[in-house]
Write a protein that binds this ligand. Structure first.
Ligand code: 4AD
Ligand code: MG
Length: 428
């Protein structure tokens, strides 16, 4: 067995290739099949003179996505998609296939219905390869920087982020929730390991239907003892740069297939990220004519306008305390918090949310009360401020958000094989 990549790259005469029919064209005495496998496509030519009548009939019946093996000779052909083609001498059919329901120009609803088949597309193949590189690279960065991987639970008793986005579940007749973030557990674990991370799904029952919200996404969260806001922002920048650098290095072909300009990506690796305060962000937005005031949250539209002002990703820091979660450390005499959102360039917006955490017992307790959260359920979390509290910081990165930006995709649904979105039923 050889694969298509070998057939294209090596100087082979004879090959045997397995794969699926990507395209098919019939002439009077020739059948042109473009075969695809996990990496590549190659044109295969069946000439009538080489096959008996029964075989020819069988070959004519092959459908798009039929699974076959071909045996033949490779030769250069500048007209073929990758510059080479295979003259087929023999073949084996695994499944001749039924007429394939997708042709590449379907509506979103059809694609979602046939998602299990659509994910064979070359575009999605490229996206998944980039995602794998990205996830591996981010882990590699974490390991190089002495973060220890841990595995917090997915079923949780209390909110970490907004209560409205919790998915409630029935846990033996008691209420529990699917996790929105593992942060509180990571905070508990730094008292042993100091620097920890986890890569796990998070769940958000978001009301908003946007091109960047999923109900289930992969969340990379890190937490470090002794870190302040500056320290955690430095790590966020270094990690994001490392991830992009590895994608450029390993996925040149896939980026090209997606028509992603690698020059722009290189810029993100080479240039320092921009840092502005929330207050400054509001000023910029007002100067651009947006109707926004200090105290208003930045939504997708505002983030887009901001990112278009700069060539590189932007850290927006020090949001008003009321806009952010209860656990963030206060600054500016209680007006702001020691937090950041990292906004990805080219209009993409938030890919990371992070902060220094409140480490003072009294302040944290009062904020839990002020935020109307059930204090008794956070007693264990308050214990972390009772027994050897330390300054610490962390962040959460949405893998699909980052991938969407790196691949320059229109919609977040194409970052996952089986996305969970409110506008489409769960069929698969
Ligand atoms: O900003 P968020 O809500 O922050 C937290 O959950 C913190 N507890 C993380 C931490 O400090 N450990 O979410 C973090 C990131 C966002 O920046 C975004 O990239 C992603 O998670 N995210 C989503 N991605 C896809 N769909 C959604 N509905 C998302 N909600 C958040
Ligand atoms: Mg956020």
């Amino acid at each position: 067995m050889t694969n298509i990549k070998e057939a294209l790259e090596k100087d082979l005469k004879e090959v045997s290739l397995r794969g699926w029919i990507y395209r098919k064209r019939e002439l009077k005495d020739k059948i042109f099949v473009v075969l695809r496998d996990k990496d590549e496509i190659i044109q295969c030519v069946f000439s009538k003179e080489n096959f008996d009548e029964k075989s020819w009939k069988e070959l004519l019946e092959l459908q798009i996505e039929a699974s076959i093996e071909v045996f033949g000779f490779v030769r250069e052909d500048p007209r073929a998609p990758n510059g080479k083609e295979v003259e087929v001498k023999n073949y084996k059919i695994f499944d001749k296939g039924l007429p394939f329901p997708l042709h590449g120009r379907e509506e979103v609803s059809t694609i979602m219905k046939y998602r299990h088949l659509w994910i064979r597309s070359r575009k999605f193949n490229a996206i998944l390869k980039i995602k794998a590189t990205l996830m591996q690279a981010l882990r590699e960065w974490l390991e190089k920087n002495e973060y220890i991987e841990v595995n917090p639970p997915i079923i949780i008793p209390v909110a970490v982020e907004e209560v409205q986005t919790l998915f409630e579940i029935n846990y033996f007749d008691k209420k529990a929730y699917l996790t929105q973030s593992s942060q509180l557990y990571l905070e508990a674990l730094i008292y042993s390991l100091e620097k920890v991370y986890c890569l796990a799904p998070s769940f958000r029952a978001e009301k908003s239907r946007t091109r960047r919200h999923l109900h289930e996404y992969w969340h990379l969260e890190i937490e470090s003892a002794w870190y302040d806001l500056k320290d955690i922002m430095r790590d966020a920048e270094s990690m994001v740069k490392y991830g992009i650098e590895k994608v450029i290095e390993k996925n040149e072909k896939e980026l090209k297939f997606l028509k992603r300009d690698t020059k722009i990506l290189e810029n993100y690796v080479e240039k320092p990220f921009e840092k502005i305060t929330y207050e400054k962000a509001i000023e910029i937005l007002q100067s651009k004519g947006l109707n926004i005031n200090y105290g208003d949250d930045l939504g997708a539209d505002e983030e887009r306008v901001l990112t278009l002002e700069f060539e590189v990703p932007i850290f927006v820091t020090h949001y008003p305390r009321k806009l952010k979660a209860f656990y963030m450390k206060e600054s500016g005499n209680g007006k702001t918090v020691e937090n950041f959102d990292l906004l990805a360039s080219e209009g993409y917006g938030e890919i990371i949310g992070g902060s220094q955490r409140e480490d003072d017992y009294e302040i944290l307790k009062n904020k839990i009360i002020e935020w109307n959260l059930p204090l008794e359920k956070y007693e264990w979390y308050l214990d972390l401020r009772r027994y050897g509290s330390v300054p610490h910081s962390g962040f959460g990165l949405g893998i699909e958000r980052m991938l969407m930006w790196v691949c320059k995709l229109e919609h977040i649904r194409d970052t996952l094989p089986f996305p969970r979105l409110r506008e489409t039923e769960i069929l698969i």
